[in-house]
Design a protein around this ligand. Sequence first.
Ligand code: ATP
Ligand code: MG
Length: 317
Amino acid sequence: MYRAFYGLKENPFNVSPDPRYLFLTKQIEETLSSLMYGIETKKGIIALTGEVGTGKTTLVNRLLDWLHQRGTKSAFLFNSRMNSSQLFDFVLAEFDIPCESRSKSQQLLKLNQWLLERFRAGETAVLILDEAQNLTFPVLEEIRLLTNLETSTEKLLQIVLSGQPELEEKLNLPQLRQLRQRIMIRCKTSHLTKEETHNYILERLKIGGAAAGQPHIFSSAATDTVHLYSLGVPRVINLLCEHSLINGYVEHQRPIQPKIVEDVAREFQLDVVEPTASPEALRTSAELYNSEAFIQNLGEALSRFRLSPTPSLRDKK
Ligand SMILES: Nc1ncnc2c1ncn2[C@@H]1O[C@H](COP(=O)(O)OP(=O)(O)OP(=O)(O)O)[C@@H](O)[C@H]1O
Ligand SMILES: [Mg+2]
């Protein structure tokens, strides 16, 4: 196993959202602060958007930890494939509000009573919906109506809608203009720059147990190559680094050189969108990030990674 060879205590590039591995750039910190500020000042609805794999769920988990530490009541809905009546079932269950009736009006009444009790106790209640780009129009309309639960001075329920850029597109549709008007804060996650990608990799290796003072595990050129093929998307950085460690171990290579990373990128077809420009130029190439071909290749590569890693890679582990 590569851990002993590279002097690591654990696999640093697991794709699970382990809070110990949270990497904060200035931009991520600002986004987190906006979310916290919106909740503290009871703004009503906050929208968090960002490309696939750029850290929305990771950030939401961090936010949930913060809410938990403050004793704030929170409901986290990550399954966005639901209809309106399921929305109320989930919200009540997550907030632990007892309600025998399944009629929507009864459930709404219970929720309102409970929120008023929270308000009188000086507490805040937060509803977070992840993958919100998949929510249907009727469900989004119910969410809008939830913001009508208010006193004369403040919203009783704070709502965070987190989703991919399609959420923004959806919110721009005329049917959702009433909801759009109620969004008081918008914040984003985005791709890491080349320098941030370097630091992200170093930070993860350090948390994974890499001893200070030892020779680097990835050469600087290899890290540049990770940035080039991942375009600074943390999930793809993890994928490239994890498999580069496996392949690097097989070849007993330290520090890992760009060729190893290139081979992994090829294996996962991340090279289909040819990096024709320099990494620095790619960093700002929003067009490429959003190109259909890139998203399709990325989605395909990631789903294969999740569902069935190639037997050769599994064997090497
Ligand atoms: N700020 C960060 N610090 C540490 N790791 C991160 C960070 N952002 C993302 N990651 C890593 O990348 C992986 C993907 O991030 P995450 O699932 O949060 O992305 P997402 O934006 O929610 O993606 P999707 O649009 O597919 O839901 C995480 O599991 C985590 O390993
Ligand atoms: Mg997510």
